[in-house]
Design a protein around this ligand. Structure first.
Ligand SMILES: [Zn+2]
Length: 265
């Protein structure tokens, strides 16, 4: 169903008892954006001599994610949070930033299955363990701020196999899933609560990269809930699944722009 011919997303959210949000790659800042940031550029210059460029680039990415640089993204997350109001909600993001948290979403109601930048892991995941990133990240920040020389950087290694440490994201050679499993369980419990309740599903900018996590999974949730309404907004991938024309509303538009431009009181 085309969004023009239906009642608005805001009305649907207002009528719903419970809201499920899926955030995809349209909400990921591009490398271009990240690399055009001044402090990231300074970081690149000062850290170019380091061996572990993986840790370096990811740390600069983490630094960038710690505040909103894009006003549009900030507005979009703000609107999304306002839309939820005091309703029961859960947010699942395929990104590794913590923008939802910056916008006010509670961590207990979010899950990030593609990883996080709070922990490091052995690239080969030899012991399925996570290590706090703090000291490595602090050192990198101190180098960028000019407090210490880059030559003083000592790369942390895996305490078990001596291998490379990387951030706990899908980019790792072997991803350690321990970083999100607790929240995944919370998400599963939330899904049970949605049965027979007026559910509004917002699928925003989600590509086909991991269809089992959001796209197909959301369709299934919408299919089995008689009272569900689902909104799928994506620049190029906004198809309506067969036989679901009555409950899935789709819009071919950039979902960040769409949500940022909503008039939310
Ligand atoms: Zn190891």
């Amino acid at each position: 169903m085309n969004m023009q011919s239906m009642y608005s997303l805001i009305d649907a959210v207002n009528e719903a008892e419970i809201i499920l949000i899926g955030i995809g790659e349209e909400w990921t800042p591009s490398y271009e954006d990240i690399l055009s940031d001044k402090s990231v550029l300074t970081g690149l210059e000062k850290l170019s001599a380091l061996d572990n460029q993986n840790i370096l680039m990811s740390s600069l990415q983490k630094m960038y994610y710690e505040s909103f640089h894009s006003e549009q993204l900030k507005k979009a997350y703000h609107n999304l949070f306002q839309l939820c109001g005091s309703k029961d909600y859960f947010l699942i993001s395929l990104n590794v930033d913590r923008y939802p948290e910056l916008a006010g979403f509670e961590n207990e109601r979010c899950v990030y299955p593609c990883g996080n930048m709070d922990y490091l892991q052995c690239d080969m995941n030899c012991h399925n363990e996570l290590l706090l990133v703090q000291s490595t990240y602090q050192t990198i920040q101190n180098i960028i701020k000019g407090k210490i020389e880059s030559s003083e950087f000592q790369e942390e290694k895996c305490p078990y196999c001596g291998g490379k440490l990387v951030y706990n994201t899908m980019e790792a050679m072997k991803y350690c899933e321990g970083g999100y499993l607790e929240q995944w369980e919370a998400y599963m419990k939330f899904l049970q609560k949605t049965i027979n309740r007026k559910l509004c599903i917002l699928e925003l900018g989600v590509s086909m990269r991991f269809p089992g996590v959001i796209r197909n999974a959301f369709e299934k949730t919408a299919y089995y809930n008689q009272k569900a309404k689902m909104f799928r907004i994506h620049q190029t991938l906004a198809d309506v699944p067969q036989n679901m024309e009555q409950k899935v509303y789709a819009k071919y538009e950039n979902s960040v722009a769409y949500i940022a431009n909503l008039f939310v009181s």
